[in-house]
Design a protein around this ligand. Structure first.
Ligand SMILES: Cc1ncc(COP(=O)(O)O)c(C=O)c1O
Length: 391
């Protein structure tokens, strides 16, 4: 859902650039900074006291001019007050959850979250005395029954990693707001173009900028976006942990954002074309693409999203792991890799990790990332490999 209060295309191109000076460059310069020096102790002290505030030049770990430009641009796209960048998507998730919890807290986490989010919750967070309960991602408003007095956050994804169920953002957030529990949404798939979750009631949006924001598989970056009060807690945690966004990464992300709309429009078109084509192949049992009615929660996508990313799942009839290995190994246009959101197509078998609601659907699941290649080449590649999945 696009909010008309900003011009999305113009913002991507015009924001996050150097301030108006004579002989102005189009792009921010690469700043390699650690120590910053001040002429008077008074200037130093005022920078130190304001070090958690966006825009303060104090010491490289807190940010430099390009970091602040990128944060302001992303805050505008997310229609919110505060963005804090992190060194990766994983760091955005872990620092946010550390900021919101304390020993004795309870959190509710969707059963289909990204594997490292689960690993962080079951590992470090649990060791810090936080209790973690997983919930059926399609629970909607019934999540009310799982909230306790100590629930400190509800964590979910649009759509879930690997299995692509699209939750009802509004129903979960309505219940959470009424119970005064902050919601944390990993919107890596839809960010920052296809939906602005903070306008639907989400309190904190996190995403991996390593994916579509930078867009060229050469940059690690994380984003947290929220209103100022909760954002300041997250920002302090990021700074106190000492997480730091690289200067080069910030420039790569700014460069990537200039073409985000063009890339995602092309990827959305190609992704849906490939998803529909795959759905017609005899080896395919079900396509888990949020824009197709065969994906659980398709109606939530249709209500809240303006488009679809190029990442989706396909359940094949085969139950043979060996056949899936042969199929994936024989593809020429699809690399095998963990990340996604770049310009290149990928294929990766997925084994869903569940605890609240076991994944029982027979067949083998493969995750596809559609890049910017010619869909005709991708179809020809798949058409040649699909018979390897026949019984
Ligand atoms: C949904 C989701 N969230 C978070 C991450 C982590 O991001 P990063 O690789 O930038 O740490 C990923 C990356 O694979 C992801 O798919």
């Amino acid at each position: 859902m696009h909010d008309s209060s900003i011009n999305f295309a113009d913002t991507l191109v015009q924001d996050g650039r150097p301030d108006r000076t004579e002989g102005r460059h189009v792009n921010m310069p690469l700043e390699l900074s650690s120590t910053m020096v001040f002429d008077t102790l008074a200037e130093f002290e005022s920078a130190r006291d304001a070090r958690y505030a966006p825009g303060t030049l104090y010491y490289g770990r807190y940010g430099n001019a390009a970091v602040y430009k990128l944060e302001a641009l992303l805050a505008k796209l997310e229609r919110t007050e505060m963005v804090t960048l992190t060194s990766s998507g994983v760091a955005a998730i872990s620092t946010t959850l550390m900021a919101l919890t304390a020993p004795g807290s309870h959190i509710l986490v969707a059963d289909n979250v990204y594997g490292n989010t689960r690993a962080f919750c079951d590992g470090l967070l649990t060791r810090q005395g936080v209790t973690v309960d997983y919930f059926d991602p399609m629970i909607g408003g019934r999540i009310a029954g799982l909230i306790t007095e100590t629930t400190a956050a509800i964590v979910f994804e649009t759509p879930g990693s690997g299995t692509f169920e699209m939750p009802d953002i509004r129903a979960i957030c309505n219940v959470a707001r009424a119970a005064n529990v902050p919601t944390v949404l990993d919107n890596t798939w839809g960010a920052p173009m296809f939906v602005q979750p903070l306008t639907l009631g989400v309190d904190v949006v996190v995403y991996s900028g390593s994916k579509y924001v930078s867009g060229h598989s050469d940059c690690m970056l994380g984003v947290t976006a929220s209103a100022k009060e909760i954002g300041t807690r997250i920002r302090k945690t990021v700074m106190q942990i000492g997480d730091k966004t690289g200067g080069q990464e910030v420039l790569l992300a700014l460069r990537g954002l200039r073409t985000l709309k063009l890339r995602l429009e092309a990827i959305d078109r190609a992704g849906r074309e490939m998803a529909h084509w795959l759905a017609d192949q005899p080896q395919v049992k079900r396509v888990l693409h949020p824009a197709l009615p065969s994906c659980p929660g398709h109606e939530h996508w249709a209500r809240d999203f303006s488009g679809a990313a190029g990442l989706f799942g396909v359940i094949f009839h085969t139950t043979s792991d060996d056949a899936v290995r042969r199929f994936v190994d024989s593809l020429h246009h699809f690399g095998i890799g963990v990340s996604w959101g770049g310009y290149e197509s990928l294929a990766l078998p997925v084994i869903p990790l569940r605890s609240a609601k076991p994944w029982t659907e027979p067949g083998r699941l493969v995750r596809f990332n559609i890049g910017l290649e010619d869909p005709a080449s991708l179809k020809a590649d798949l058409a040649a490999a699909l018979p390897l999945l026949d019984p």
